[in-house]
Design a protein around this ligand. Structure first.
Ligand code: S3P
Length: 433
């Protein structure tokens, strides 16, 4: 489907609550399905990715009742479904569920298959297959990719040094470690989001964290819990960027998660000259910090050399950061970001290609890009099957010289089905064609 965006003529204004956090919604669904007893989730993200995970947990035996964004999950003994578990476009879904099932005693000796869509089927899975196999898991990919075939087996603990900071790999191993007899340790070379470490204790799991190492002693079982999911900063980032780009705008973002392992986007935008103020909320959702942000637009952004160690803290926000850099004064340099090539698309290549279609000067490098900010023409661009590319281009289109048409914009459903309505509620004029 095509989305048409006219350049805005006035400022953006309003207040909104972004949709529920995708990472935390996945975890709530998975932990709830593994737990004994009921889990009550509020603010669950209703998008294709997280609904695929919820459906997978139901196929594995959990009873799931949903009323809007309130979900009750009644954990039951797991059973191997007759059909493959289809995780659609979701790397978090497939990697975390593979870890959770690899050594689950309810499934010993049973065969399971995990599959995904075209994009997920080319994303690297050796990063979980290797450490899980080292724990004794019987798991195979197809040339290192999904479909994943596994037979649940008894696991041994492991001491793992991750080669790249990855919350998905860390979480997959921790979920496997729940079923391994002894102490598992996962060490990371940099900071990655810690939602798993924050949420597992609410389900009664004991773990320790010190200096980049997470330590867990298995076996442990989960007990049902309550989870209140904050708004997703990665979705809010598009509204924040839109407000920052359009002169005179003032937009309030309520109830958004500001976990410090994930707030790199705010720091990068502020460094570019963006005006953001933050009021922290008392009694935040579970152990996740939550805030209200107010963004004011038109400060005249400027590019800078983004330090490589900031990259993991804003890993999903680089498409929209590249969009901001396209109109910022001077040059923005991104480096140490080769991981962007193995996301829902090769985000360095795709953003470079699409920005060039809009007349932006971008040089792609092996682990980043150099963006020379300036004017943005209109024209026709393509999401290339990636939700965050579609939304980043839509935000940039607000300040282009001519209308922009985005092909393949339906991919937005992966993480933010209400994106067009939310942006229009602030005064933009996006139209499906
Ligand atoms: C996620 C971790 C990150 C991120 C993804 C969500 C998670 O992936 O890009 O969107 O929920 O754990 P990596 O672990 O591959 O960095």
């Amino acid at each position: 489907m095509k989305l048409r965006i006219e350049p805005v003529t006035g400022a953006l204004s309003g207040s909104l609550r972004p949709p529920g956090d995708k990472s935390i919604s996945h975890r709530a669904a998975i932990f709830g399905g593994l737990a004994r007893g009921q889990t009550h989730v509020t603010g669950f993200l209703l998008a294709e990715d997280t609904l695929a995970t919820l459906n997978a947990m139901a196929a594995l035996g959990a009873r799931v009742d949903r009323e809007g964004d309130r979900v009750t999950i009644d954990g039951r003994p797991l059973k191997a479904p007759a059909q493959a578990l289809d995780l659609g476009n979701s790397g978090t879904g497939i990697r975390l569920i593979a870890g959770a099932l690899a050594g689950h005693p309810d499934l010993y000796g049973q065969r399971l298959q995990l599959i995904g869509d075209r994009s997920l089927s080319v994303r690297p899975m050796m990063r979980i297959i290797k450490p899980l196999s080292a724990m004794g898991a019987r798991i195979e990919g197809t040339d290192g990719h999904a479909p994943l075939n596994l037979v649940a087996a008894r696991l041994a603990p492991i001491r793992l040094e991750l080669p790249v900071a990855s919350a998905q790999v860390k979480s997959a191993i921790l979920l496997a470690a729940l079923n391994a007899d002894g102490v598992t340790e996962v060490a990371e070379p940099g900071i990655s989001r810690d939602h798993t470490e924050r949420l597992l204790p609410a389900f009664g799991v004991r773990l320790e964290r010190a200096e980049g190492v997470v330590r867990m002693t298995g076996p442990q079982t989960l007990s049902g819990s309550g989870v209140s999911v904050p708004g997703d900063l990665s979705s809010a980032a598009f509204m924040i960027a839109a407000a920052a780009l359009v002169p005179g705008s003032k937009v309030e973002i309520r109830d958004v998660g500001v976990n410090p392992t994930r707030d790199g986007f705010l720091r990068i935008l502020q460094h570019m000259g963006g005006q953001i103020s933050r009021v922290d909320m008392a009694g935040s959702a579970g152990s996740e910090p939550v805030a209200t942000l107010t963004v004011e637009g038109g400060a005249g952004l400027r590019g800078f050399d983004i330090p490589a160690d900031w990259v993991p803290l804003a890993i999903d926000e680089f498409p929209v950061i590249m969009a901001l850099a396209a109109v910022a004064g001077g040059t923005t340099v991104i480096s140490g970001a080769a991981e962007l090539r193995v996301k829902e698309s090769d985000r360095l290549a795709v953003m470079t290609r699409q920005l060039r279609h809009l007349g932006v000067a971008v040089d792609e490098t092996p682990d980043g890009a150099v963006i020379h900010g300036g004017r943005v023409r209109g024209g026709e661009v393509e999401s290339e099957g990636d939700h965050r590319i579609a939304m980043s281009l839509a935000v940039l289109a607000l300040v282009a010289e001519q209308p922009v048409i985005i092909d393949g914009a339906e991919w937005i459903r992966t993480s933010y089905p209400g994106f067009v309505d939310d942006l229009n509620s602030l005064g933009a004029g996006l139209q499906w064609q």
